[in-house]
Design a binder for this molecule. Structure first.
Ligand code: AVI
Length: 321
């Protein structure tokens, strides 16, 4: 996913964002900083937890309904499948393999800012699907999008995993409008979106009994210690996560267990915390179908079809520009 930030240029933005976020009136740290090497490993553990349903739901959709997804595409002949932030490609492989079985003529173009991620993905995909035509791109989504609009080949864009839910409304809309601006009329976007459901199921997925989601959040503090040469005492912070069925938001926080301070040598700054003060770390938004339609239309798309898992927990929503 594009939340990977372990590039040299981002080390400075991490420092600046930590300083801004931890001196703000309502403290916050962006969830995009979860995904350094250690955080990415913890996220893999999250995806294996029985409580974290989105991965299995999307895997089910893509392994059982990719043929139906292909049937809904309006393309005649050759097309590109362009994937934003592809991860290890486990789920995408299901779609690519079904498309190949049905004789679709496509080029797979995964885009990621991490060369390492792209190299691993290329090996993973070509090992499983040796006959695939694949043109991976390393770099910023929007630079690559610019190149693609110049060609007349139609595109299916993939933004899987429910990552859109981690963007606050205005940022989500902004991102989708940018995707839209880089697409031609008739291009399609398949987007993973987590749905509103029984609140207990969502609560358990984000406040798991194994402490893995807590470790995922605490990793932000470990990063500050190691990358910004700070002296945060990790055991003086806790994790709290809450799903509100009224607005469909899971909000996650780190909680200061006492009045305390820490110093970062890199930032040459002391940060102060009251007892029970919160650091907001993540939004994970769950959608209703009305909200999906509204978001699509606000960004210049129309919803062609919602592909659902058997429990109706998650959708791969197919949008048309
Ligand atoms: C990456 N993203 C879609 C995950 C989610 O479900 O919001 C990140 C995550 N945070 C806690 N658990 C998983």
């Amino acid at each position: 996913m594009d939340t990977t930030d372990n590039t040299t240029s981002n080390i400075t933005s991490f420092a600046a964002d930590v300083k801004e976020g931890l001196t703000a009136k309502e403290k916050h740290l962006s969830s995009k900083y979860f995904y350094d090497d250690n955080g990415s490993r913890i996220f893999m553990e999250i995806m294996k937890m029985p409580e974290y349903y989105p991965t299995n739901c999307e895997f089910e959709i893509l392994s059982q309904q990719s043929g139906d997804i292909l049937d809904k595409l309006p393309f005649k002949g050759k097309f590109n499948i362009v994937e934003f932030g592809s991860g290890d490609g486990m789920k995408t492989k299901q779609l690519l393999s079904a498309f190949m079985d049905k004789g679709a003529d496509f080029t797979y173009i995964p885009i990621d800012i991490s060369q390492e991620a792209i190299d691993a993905l290329e090996k993973n995909i070509t090992d499983a699907l040796p006959n695939i035509t694949m043109k991976p791109k390393t770099g910023d989504y929007f630079e690559v999008l610019g190149e693609l609009t110049k060609s007349s080949t139609p595109n299916l864009f993939l933004f899987l995993g429910g990552n859109i839910g981690n963007y606050p409304r205005e940022d989500a809309l902004d991102l989708l409008k940018k995707f839209n601006a880089g697409m031609k009329t008739g291009d399609m976007l398949l987007m993973g979106m987590d749905l509103k459901k029984n609140p207990r199921i969502i609560q358990k997925a984000y406040d798991d009994p194994h402490g893995i989601t807590k470790a995922f959040n605490m990793n932000l503090l470990s990063r500050i210690n190691s990358e910004l040469d700070a002296d945060i005492k990790l055991d003086q912070f806790d994790f709290y996560s809450n799903y509100s069925p009224k607005n469909g938001q899971v909000n996650s926080f780190l909680v200061s267990l006492k009045q305390q301070q820490f110093y970062s040598k890199v930032l040459d700054t002391t940060f102060y915390f009251e007892r029970d003060e919160l650091i907001w770390t993540e939004l994970s938004k769950k959608y209703s179908f009305d909200e999906i339609n509204e978001l699509a239309e606000s960004a210049g798309f129309s919803v062609a079809h919602n592909f659902l898992d058997c429990k109706h927990y998650f959708t791969d929503s197919l949008w048309r520009k």
